[in-house]
Design a protein around this ligand. Structure first.
Ligand code: SF4
Ligand code: SF4
Length: 284
């Protein structure tokens, strides 16, 4: 059994935090089918886990459903960082509010967004340096600002940050030992950097979904455009999200070029052209 192997390899008698991995709409169905929640509940009852929960990558609505149906969990692990806070794809802020509403502790993953917020583009770096230089303040690393952003949220209990060398470990431990939440000035700085990063956004889609109602192939246009925008900011594709967004929807390559979506789009977006770009990025 996997659990016996886990506890044997870790050389412990119990886990402080034990979680189901990467729930979202589809995995939740399977987790229910195979009894994932009763399993972790039993571990807790038998003393093998002090706190039980799950990591999560999907929208706020599904998270609300899971937490409503499973009030027994103690915590959730969410993707939270300042760039994703209002993103239609990751929905960091909305998911955090749902966890808070259900009274759950939040563990943060991806606080630096896979390294994106550690290496800011030049114009964002300029604002960053100017802010600290102007106040004659010690200039921290951009990664530390991102991690402190997540750690400053009231209901966050733990911030997990991947580190690949000793320098990053030293950096992380330095400011977390005597933790200081973001100042108002730093909150403004974060907003400013977010605006700069978002200004590279490619498709001005507001996710109104009018086009979805018209599309004969039920192509998930707004979510695919969310992924195009994410790529414009981070330079990274995320196949996991495409898989999820295309579930029960047409693939982008199924587009018939009928133009029905463009006739209704209030933002007058050249949807077919962006769909082509999306296909090049995700399906070739
Ligand atoms: S052009 Fe493509 S995306 Fe737009 S409505 Fe037609 S099939 Fe759907
Ligand atoms: S109708 Fe236009 S703005 Fe609305 S979701 Fe579709 S592409 Fe986006």
């Amino acid at each position: 059994m996997f659990f016996d192997e886990q506890i044997r390899r870790c050389g412990v008698d119990y886990f402080d935090y034990y979680l189901l991995h990467n729930l979202g709409r589809d995995r939740y169905i399977n987790t229910e089918k195979y009894g994932g929640f009763p399993f972790i509940e039993r571990l807790k009852r038998d003393g093998y886990a002090r706190n039980i929960g799950f990591s999560y990558h999907d929208n706020a609505e599904t998270l609300d459903r899971i937490l409503t149906e499973h009030p027994e969990v103690d915590f959730v692990q969410l993707q939270i960082n300042y760039l994703d806070w209002e993103s239609q794809v990751a929905q960091s802020g909305a998911c955090y509010e749902v966890a808070k509403k259900h009274g759950k502790k939040v563990m943060v993953m991806e606080p630096v967004k896979g390294g994106t917020l550690a290496k800011l583009p030049d114009n964002a770096m300029k604002s960053f340096n100017e802010y600290y230089e102007k106040g004659n303040l010690y200039i921290p690393t951009p990664a530390s600002l991102a991690i402190r952003y997540a750690a400053s949220l009231e209901d966050v209990a733990i911030v997990l940050s991947g580190m690949s060398n000793l320098e990053q470990l030293d950096d992380n431990t330095s400011y977390m030992q005597e933790f200081k939440p973001l100042t108002d000035g730093e909150k403004n700085l974060v907003e400013n950097i977010t605006d700069i990063l978002n200004s590279t956004i490619k498709v001005p889609c507001t996710a109104c979904k009018y086009c979805l109602e018209e599309c004969p192939k039920n192509i998930n246009i707004p979510d695919y455009f969310g992924l195009l925008n994410l790529y414009a900011v981070t330079g990274k594709t995320t196949g996991m999200y495409y898989e999820r967004f295309s579930m029960n929807h047409g693939k982008a390559s199924e587009c018939l070029k009928c133009g029905k979506c463009e006739n209704i789009c209030p933002q007058h977006i050249s949807i077919r052209a962006f769909i082509d770009e999306f296909v090049d990025l995700y399906e070739k």
